[in-house]
Design a protein around this ligand. Structure first.
Ligand code: ATP
Ligand code: MG
Length: 316
């Protein structure tokens, strides 16, 4: 069978991170970056690295931040034909600092950057014409315009029998975007695969425990739910039951991007018809590798390297 093509749409950013834990953005301090970033870009880059045909709809400025992103995605094997380059607008940015309690604080410039100009133009329409699956990141529902692109991508692909995955990827800094909550619910209602992390599971159901929430969501029409649990790995739920998979033991250098790499691997192997345990194992390995490098896309590796890591890696 021919490999199914995966498409996502949304923010393309560079990430610039505070060098020290607990560093404040209220005063000058050392910064690292720019690193290519943006949740859908990380996702598409990881999928492409695993050999899945994958393309991204988005927009960057005609600047080095934009070129850095396009060059990286292309190098990973992604289809960059639907990334628009806009002169007169700067590529989006995310400044991040890690607190001592491991929480993250972001300063985003997305909606008012080139990313805000995302649209279903001719190139995006062409990309969607070859797409079999759409992945939506909640963080990509940052404006009415971005929501319109995501919803039309879903309908285009569903109309030809394709499938949809959804990672809420909640960042409280952008949760206030008008219409985001309604859009999150709308995307969930159209999704086949739901990929929440930790407490995000409970934002979309009334149940108080994991099994109850999973059952409630499955009853609403999802094929499966994959709950990400950081270093502890992940649990898959479908109508037949649950499959848990431990994480790999690694030194966590930078957690950002783990969920996106995990999701890309899970969805790619689900599209290939892999059993849940196999898809989870590859996904846990990609998530673990992602946290071993500073920068959200620096821990993306090709399938051969991921398999070598699994062969030598320790599960917790
Ligand atoms: P993100 O910050 O990218 O949004 P997330 O909250 O969506 O991440 P996490 O649960 O933090 O998702 O991580 C996703 C997956 O990455 C986990 O299920 C696990 O497989 C792997 N992972 C994350 N952190 C670690 C770690 N410290 N050690 C090993 N594996 C990890
Ligand atoms: Mg996430």
């Amino acid at each position: 069978r021919e490999m199914r093509k995966l498409v996502s749409a949304g923010e393309i950013l560079v990430e610039i991170m505070a060098e020290r834990i607990g560093q404040s953005f209220l005063e000058p301090g050392p910064l690292l970056g720019p690193y290519p970033s943006g949740a859908p870009a990380i996702f598409i880059g990881q999928a492409a690295a695993l050999g899945q045909p994958a393309g991204l709809i988005g927009a960057v400025g005609d600047d080095d931040f934009g070129r850095l992103n396009i060059d990286r995605l292309r190098a990973l094997g992604a289809d960059v034909s639907a990334i628009a380059v806009h002169t007169g607008h700067a590529t989006g940015t995310a400044f991040v600092t890690y607190r001592a309690d491991a929480s993250r604080h972001f300063v985003f410039n997305i909606r008012n950057s080139a990313s805000g100009l995302i649209e279903t133009d001719a190139a995006a329409t062409n990309l969607l014409a070859c797409a079999d699956h759409v992945h939506v990141m909640g963080s990509s529902l940052f404006s009415d315009r971005a929501i319109a692109v995501a919803l039309s991508a879903i309908e285009t692909v569903k109309a030809k029998g394709g499938t949809v995955s959804f990672d809420p990827n909640i960042r409280r800094e952008i949760m206030q975007a008008s219409g985001m909550r309604a859009a999150l619910d709308h995307v969930l209602a159209r999704a086949d695969i739901f990929l929440p992390s930790g407490e995000e599971l409970f934002l979309f159901s009334s149940a108080k425990d994991e099994k109850g929430a999973a059952d409630e969501l499955l009853a609403r029409g999802l094929s499966c739910i994959v709950l990400k649990k950081g270093a502890a790995g992940a649990v898959y739920h479908d109508h037949h039951g649950a499959v848990a998979s431990s994480g790999f033991a690694v030194d966590e250098v930078d957690p950002t991007g783990a969920g996106d790499c995990f999701g890309a691997a899970f969805v790619s192997f689900w599209l290939r018809g892999a059993a849940p345990a196999e898809a989870l194992r590859i996904a846990n390995a990609c998530g673990a590798l992602a946290v071993t490098r500073k920068g959200p896309m620096e821990g993306i590796f090709p399938l051969e390297a991921v398999e070598a890591f699994i062969a030598t890696g320790n599960t917790q």
